[in-house]
Design a protein around this ligand. Sequence first.
Ligand SMILES: [Zn+2]
Ligand SMILES: [Zn+2]
Length: 199
Amino acid sequence: MHIRLILLVAAVIAGLGAAVLRLTRKKLENKVCAHCGAPAMHGYSKAAESAPEHIVPLCVPCLLERLDEDYCTYDRHAVVIQPVAELPCYVFRPKSDWDEQLRAELDTLLAGLQNHCSSCTNPARYLWVNALEAGPVAKLPKMGITHTLLATSGARPISLCARCSVQRIARSFAGQEAGYVEVCGPRGGEDGLVTAIGY
Ligand SMILES: [Zn+2]
Ligand SMILES: [Zn+2]
């Protein structure tokens, strides 16, 4: 009788343990890189505000590979704001997605794009703007880039090629603990802006 009770309790504990394990595994399975199976860090999509089923979980190296492809393939020009961790998305949006004031500002800034990358000799296609805090980045859609990130003395955009832009994005990602819900690279036939944003 005593032994049977012990066996019963042991069986119940084992059953519970297996159930918990299954639950945990399932949870982890949802966050596995769709490309290589490593733990996923960020969601990747082809366009900003994609439906959840079109956002693919990727680990950092696999995400950077996709972004490298996106940034190298895109043949227009874009302003790229350094990714800040506090906002949930880091996406490209074409110029027509922004209001008139920001569209005009993108034209002005991109007119100052140098021919060659400031880090290497490749043709420059991106204008990199440093961002260390989320505050100015969150205000940027309303206030513009010049009156937020470029307002401090000495702050000026840097002309970069595709590869060097993705390298800088990679360096910024490396210091971040949390992932973005959605990341997408530049795409389409229009100039645009890449920035961290909360919808
Ligand atoms: Zn991966
Ligand atoms: Zn370069």
